[in-house]
Design a protein around this ligand. Structure first.
Ligand code: BDP
Length: 707
């Protein structure tokens, strides 16, 4: 008996269990302090649901029951409780006497679709919504509050999502590989679906619902028509059935040439009657299986994907044929603006804007145009795409990358919430209201970083990016720091020192990465193909804009890409007030300097350093910041379970070495071009430039190792 007691005591005091990371931020830690635990138990003795018993509402109740029993160590009863007992009443407006009694006295606004009101009233916790998903999101919110030991008496929250579309984009191929995926293989087991339902699908849906994600595109934008074949649709239906109780809609990517490949037609011309009929029928087939199917995501005429251009049609004409087929069923088309022509010549920065702005207003109502945050391609830091301010008559989606293609992939710890915050808060029309990116969009998509890794994201800290994506898609003005702290608490437990330290590390990590990879507005200088490691010297690929060199053009005298009126004039795509500031290097934020200007190495920056000196110091700073992150982490030894401690320590050691590699290789190269000595305080690269150039790493993800 005594041994058993000891085991219990030890387990209660040891760092958060579930240390392989599978539980994500849903590890619900039993409240350690018995007095506090008792208080919560007394306040939450039962759950009384007045929901009409729909699937999503049932999930809400079940999740509350499960979460609270993990947090409190007892299962709340089914309500209502005995006289005098306190508990949770959850329900839709007009369904419960207890809630209606509250509503008679309180002024609760229209909660709209998916919104909720969570309040403490006369000793009970009330969770109210106007639809079932609202109850689900409110339930997860309440669990977060209890995990964070929020005083229930202070509860009074009214939440509504900023956007109706909060969607994950999986770049998962039907063969199980994941394009730009660094967490193993695809979690969709197409071979064993629909009969075998992996528990992961359910846990995946739960995790998404818990952070407000309400849609998922399960296939790659480089699409395969096979997904529309009947057997695959049966498999997709099985997934949709799992996701539905969690308020998540399934979407598929549509390959534009499917009517030919699958339908046997000799054209995919969007104005051809047979093509129109094919899409209509295909869509009906899908809805017969998946009545709440979300719609299609399409990459067309980009990087070799088929599209309407083959037939002399516009993107709008291409999108509209799909939109017309989906409209009667309530589905949408998300059409990507990530296009650049197969022929080189123009500044790629300009292309999406040039292609899409003339089409504003020409898309059907159920089409959203999805724009990557930056005009080039998910660089560590990009100026925001000018297209966000240029299509006032078209609903727009922002596309963010959660997977870290150009950001150290699965190896580096980089808290992307900082980048998302920067993007969403960018004001493209500084001279008038309403021009911040989060105000210009109708939805957010995130390219998933999820795979078969036991902890879902490979690098444990990748979970923080998935979490941040969901939280920001719901409330885009949330501060990154707040999200970091929330994630740390939910993932690593309640120790305030652990939470603070992890918050600090995450906050440092994004600036660190930009510093050691692409300071001062350098971009696209990653090694080609796999995009891992530095390669600013590469200039021998077939087409100019495939070469990292093209993006900085460093010579003995100067460096940078002139996008002002003396150069490609991409700057003119921005609203006037924004463009004016960026037209002059002296008023351009330094973090974007080389995105827009070509400057002499001796150009003097605001702080007094020359461009050359500042560049060197930034690389150095990035390395030091990673060192700081590693130091903070080592201070947590013993406060975090050994498994996760080791996992992160090892990754940080690699990141440290690779940050140095980035600094050394880039500076060795830029020094050789500029002919200048390294600034004081920056150590000499330990290898020669030739040695850095000769490095190969065939094991980097995205490469097929060859003999
Ligand atoms: C690039 C990736 C490529 C994707 C493409 C896209 O390198 O693998 O297919 O974006 O977004 O970043 O379509």
């Amino acid at each position: 008996m005594r041994t058993l007691l000891w085991i219990i005591v030890i387990c209660l005091s040891c760092p958060l269990a579930g240390s392989d990371g599978y539980a994500l931020w849903l590890g619900h830690q039993l409240i350690e302090d018995s007095i506090v635990r008792q208080d919560y138990r007394a306040a939450l003795t039962f759950i009384d649901g007045s929901t009409g018993g729909g699937e999503v509402a049932t999930t809400a109740t079940n999740e509350l029951r499960r979460g609270l029993s993990e947090l409190l160590g007892v299962q709340p009863l089914r309500g209502p409780g005995e006289a005098g007992a306190h508990g949770i009443y959850l329900g839709l407006r007009g369904r419960s006497a207890r809630l209606d009694h509250y509503l008679a006295t309180a002024d609760v606004p229209d909660l709209g679709s998916e919104g909720y009101h969570l309040v403490y009233h006369d000793g009970d916790v009330l969770l109210l919504a106007d639809d079932e998903p609202g109850l689900l999101y409110g339930a997860f919110d309440l669990l977060r509050q209890v995990q964070a030991l929020t005083d229930l008496r202070s509860l009074n929250r009214t939440e509504q999502p900023a956007y109706a579309h909060r969607i994950l984009n999986h770049w998962d191929n039907l063969d199980g590989t994941v394009e730009r995926g660094y967490a193993g293989f695809s979690i969709w087991n197409w071979h064993q679906l629909p009969e075998y339902i992996d528990q992961r699908y359910v846990d995946y849906a739960r995790a998404n619902a818990s952070i407000g994600i309400n849609g998922t595109v399960v296939t790659n934008v480089n699409a395969n028509s096979l997904i529309f074949r009947e057997d695959y649709l049966d498999k997709a239906k099985a997934l949709a059935d799992i996701f539905r109780p969690y308020g998540i809609k399934l979407y598929l990517t549509a390959r534009f040439s499917s009517p030919m490949e699958l339908g046997g037609l000799d054209t995919a011309d969007p104005l051809d009657p047979a093509v129109i009929a094919w899409w209509k029928e295909k869509v009906e087939e899908i809805y017969a299986r998946i009545p709440d199917f979300g719609g299609f995501l399409v990459k067309a005429n980009s990087e070799g994907q088929p599209g309407p251009w083959e037939y002399g049609r516009t993107h709008a004409e291409g999108a509209n044929v799909l939109a017309d087929a989906l409209a009667p069923h309530g589905g949408i088309v998300v059409w990507r603006a990530f296009v650049y022509s197969d022929e080189a010549g123009r500044d790629r920065f300009r292309e999406a804007y040039d292609e899409f702005t003339p089409l504003d207003g020409r898309f059907r109502n159920n089409v959203l145009v999805q724009i990557k945050n930056g005009p080039i391609d998910f660089q560590p830091r990009e100026p925001v795409s000018p297209l966000f301010a240029a299509m006032p008559r078209t609903p727009l989606m922002l596309e963010l990358q959660i997977t870290k293609e150009y950001l150290g992939q699965g190896t580096h710890l980089v808290g992307l919430a900082s980048m998302y915050e920067e993007v969403l808060g960018t004001d493209l029309r500084p001279t008038e209201p309403g021009g911040e990116v989060h105000q210009l969009i109708s939805g957010i998509a995130g390219v998933s970083n999820i795979g078969t890794a036991r902890n879902w994201t490979g690098n444990l800290f990748g979970q923080a990016d998935w979490f941040a994506f969901g939280r920001l898609a719901w409330a885009p003005q949330t501060a990154a720091r707040e999200i970091f702290a929330e994630w740390a608490g939910l993932t690593f437990g309640r120790d305030p020192e652990v939470i603070d330290s992890i918050t600090q590390m995450l906050a440092l990590s994004y600036p660190a990465c930009v510093n050691y990879m692409t300071p001062l507005g350098l971009h696209h200088i990653m090694n080609t193909g796999h995009h891992y490691g530095p390669g600013p010297w590469i200039d021998d690929l077939g087409r100019a804009d495939w070469n990292p060199y093209y993006y900085h053009g460093a010579t003995r005298d100067s460096i940078g890409f002139d996008r002002t009126s003396t150069g490609s004039d991409a700057l003119s795509q921005y609203p006037e007030g924004f463009a004016r500031r960026y037209a002059d290097p002296a008023t351009t934020p330094e973090k974007f300097l080389l995105w827009f200007h070509r400057l002499p190495w001796d150009y003097e920056l605001a702080g007094g350093n020359t461009l050359w000196r500042e560049l060197g110091l930034r690389y150095q700073l990035g390395v030091e910041q990673v060192g700081e992150m590693a130091d903070i982490w080592s201070g947590l030894e013993g406060r975090i379970d050994a498994e996760r401690f080791r996992h992160v320590s090892q990754h940080l050691a690699i990141q440290q070495r690779e940050a140095e590699w980035w600094r050394d290789a880039c500076l060795a190269y830029f020094r050789s071009v500029s002919g200048r000595p390294l600034p004081e305080g920056v150590p000499a690269p330990p290898q020669t430039l030739e040695e850095y150039k000769a490095l190969t790493y065939p094991y980097a993800p995205g490469i097929r190792p060859q003999w």
